[in-house]
Each structure stands twice: as C-alpha cells, then as structure tokens.
Design a protein around this ligand. Structure first.
Ligand SMILES: *Cc1c(COP(=O)(O)O)cnc(C)c1O
Ligand code: SF4
Length: 381
C-alpha cells in the first residue's frame, strides 16, 4: 500500500518501503486526518449525516493503507465498520460506561494504571495513528487529547521507581507507536534504567493500520536491556497484508515477542470462519501468537457491535476444535470497576464428586476423571 502512491503495484516491495523510513508520513498525509476528509469518500447519506456528531465524541483518523483495504461497494465491509463513524454510535445504551474497565480508579499517578502488582499501564500519549470506533478508551482520547512530553511522564516514572514489585511496563494509550523514534528511545532509556523492570510491552494498532511506520529506526529505538513484547491488534484476516507481514517480520527478526489481541465485534469477526482464518494466519504467516479475544466492553455507543457472551463462548469452543493450541486466543472480559480480565470460555467441568470429576471432552462427550495424588486418600475435599 505504502508505495502505491509513487510506484506501480508491480514494483511494490514492502521491505524496501519499510527501509525508506519516511514513507509512513505520506501514508498519514494521504489518509483521513479530520472528519472533513470524509467528504471525498463514498459514504452513505446516513454515515455522512452522523459523521460530524460521531466525530465530536471520538476523533476520526484513518491512514491510507487501512483506507485502501475498504471495499466501498460493500456497506457492511468489516474494515469500514471499524473506522468509519456510523449513525448507530450515537445511540448510547443503558449500562454503557465512560470508563468501561475502571482504569481511573487504579491510577495512582497521571498517565499510569496499576491494578496488578507486577505490571502497570503507562500512557505516553493519548493520540493514535487510527481511531477505532469501538475503542474502550475513547473518552480519555477525546477529553485528554494530550501528546507525549517527558515532563508529563515524570510522576508515573517516579511511581515505578518507588515500586520494586513492578516488573513489566505496558505502553498503551493512545498508540505508543504513533510517537517519533526519539520519544520511544527516550521512554525506553528511562525505563531500562529502573533496575527492577524486566519487560517492556507495547500495545499498538500501528502494524495493522500504518505498517510503514515500523521502520528500522523504530525497532532500534525500542531495543536495549529489556525484553520487548509487541501486542498487535488485528481483528480481521483482511488486515493481514503483505505490508503488515513485513512489519511483523522486522520486529520478529530482532527478537521481539509478538502477540495479538482482537476484539470480538458483531459484523466484523463474529463468524467462526473469520476468526479461524485470522488466528491461523496470524500464527502461521505473521508469527504472531493470538493472545486475547476480548468480549466487546461497555464503551458508549457500541451496542450494535457487541455479541452476547453465549455467542462468544460458542465461537471459541468451535475455534478450539478447529485450531491448534498455539493458534487459540483466550476469550476474556475486562470487568467494569477494575475487576480485571477474566476468562469467559464455557467450563468443560460438568460435576465433581470428591476426587472424581465429570469433564466434557472436545467431542462433547462427558468422561469421568479420577484424580490420583500421592498422600491423598478418599474422600477428597
Ligand atoms: C490488560 C491490563 C494489563 C495486562 O494484563 P495481562 O493479562 O498481563 O495482559 C495490566 N494492567 C491493566 C490495568 C490492564 O487492564
Ligand atoms: S488504536 Fe487502540 S487506543 Fe487507539 S482508538 Fe484504536 S483501540 Fe483505541
């Protein structure tokens, strides 16, 4: 996609585009940057009408490579559904929340969330390369709207220094990879100087929406003492382009551990064939391990994209039958009020009598399983 702007498709080479470290800036410029840029797109009258109001609640931004994936002839196109404002977004259902996963209650310093002892979320920026309509943090992206400065992170960094139980820092936001290389190198240097930190994790949609941004310079900026894990956010197999593949290869080649989290979205990826292809090709072609499949959280205006939990359970049960263990993500819900991410897959345990369990196999047949543990005698508790 990157080089479509300058070269014929036949000359396209995602790897050389990636080495040309500035190509991504063209991709940003040629994409949708403001709601007014939607005017040139073939939107439906209803979409056009909703755009202004929807954009007031959650910004509109789509880099060119992602925009090019949309099939404009299909009103239900799964790529379009993720980035083009819809009139349905304006319907706020009862029970939807501003802060669906309770980030704010666990924020001991600005730009930091500390809910689990050993890891924190750090928000270096509240801006993204692409704005997803279903974003669970859209309220903070809209109301805060601040970018990166070193000063803004200082209280959060001081907090991490004072908490030796923290081993893992998760850069999220906003999209950390929307920052310049220099900012990334600076953040990485600050973090690796904190002796108790072991791993730097980055949650990002850049490899999906703006893969040209994964340059040699960016990969360099992130390398140092800490183990690096990049958690991508692919939701649909059509997002697995040659350019995304090249971006993931560049990160794998320097030893970053690549994982993916998807959000289960009605009309986007709530078909078993779609999830199956997504998870299989992520692992086998991109070398990205499916990590989480998130149940759609209670972000405002997203009732039209949410499935029921029972639908999600049926999908992941079938996925488990069709794909190997390493291709399977864990289906989770991030509970409101800071309950954290908990697995949702239906239990295979049917009953228990002491040390005798009835457990349903993948074929649906229940089997008896007797525990054999040294030092324990019947009756088990
Ligand atoms: C999701 C999340 C994490 C990371 O959880 P993992 O299960 O380790 O991926 C950490 N802190 C908060 C507040 C989170 O929401
Ligand atoms: S990239 Fe992530 S933080 Fe940004 S809008 Fe999309 S889901 Fe939200």
């Amino acid at each position: 996609m990157t080089s479509d702007l300058r070269e014929p498709a036949a000359a396209r080479d995602p790897d050389s585009a990636r080495k040309n470290g500035d190509a991504w800036q063209d991709d940003v410029r040629a994409g949708v940057r403001h709601v007014r840029d939607l005017a040139s797109l073939p939107l439906s009258p209803a979409e056009r009408e909703a755009a202004q109001e929807a954009a007031a609640a959650h910004k509109v931004r789509v880099p060119k490579p992602y925009l090019d994936l949309i099939d404009w002839n299909d009103p239900d196109d799964p790529i379009r559904a993720q980035v083009i404002p819809s009139p349905d977004e304006l319907i706020i259902a009862e029970g939807e929340l501003d802060d669906p996963i309770g980030d704010h209650a666990f924020s001991p310093a600005p730009r930091l969330t500390h809910r689990h002892a050993d890891r924190v979320l750090l928000f270096p920026t509240y801006q993204c390369a692409v704005y997803c309509r279903f974003c669970f943090r859209k309220e903070s992206l809209t109301s805060i709207g601040r970018g990166y400065t070193r000063e803004a992170l200082e209280p959060a960094l001081a907090y991490i220094v004072g908490h030796p139980e923290i081993r893992e820092v998760i850069l999220t936001g906003g999209d950390p990879l929307s920052l310049p290389d220099k900012a990334l190198a600076e953040i990485r240097a600050h973090l690796e100087a904190i002796p108790h930190l072991r791993l730097l994790r980055i949650h990002t949609r850049v490899p999906v929406a703006l893969p040209s941004r994964i340059t040699a310079g960016m990969v360099d900026a992130l390398q140092g003492r800490l183990m690096v894990s990049v958690v991508t956010h692919f939701n649909h197999p059509r997002e697995l382009t040659a350019e995304a593949e090249a971006a993931c290869r560049a990160m794998r080649q320097v030893g970053f551990v690549l994982l993916n989290q998807s959000v289960l979205l009605k009309g986007v990826n709530d078909k078993v064939e779609v999830l199956e292809e997504l998870c299989r090709e992520l692992m086998y072609r991109l070398g990205v391990k499916p990590y989480y499949l998130h149940h759609g959280d209670l972000a405002r205006g997203m009732a039209h994209r949410r499935t029921t939990i029972a639908e999600g359970q049926a999908l992941v049960a079938e996925l488990r039958r069709r794909l190997s263990g390493i291709c399977n993500p864990t289906y989770v819900i991030d509970l409101p009020d800071g309950g954290g991410k908990v697995p949702l897959a239906a239990s295979h345990i049917e009953s228990r009598d002491g040390g005798t369990w009835r457990i349903r196999g993948q074929d649906g047949e229940a089997r008896e399983y007797r525990e054999v543990v040294a030092g324990l005698s019947e009756p088990h508790l």
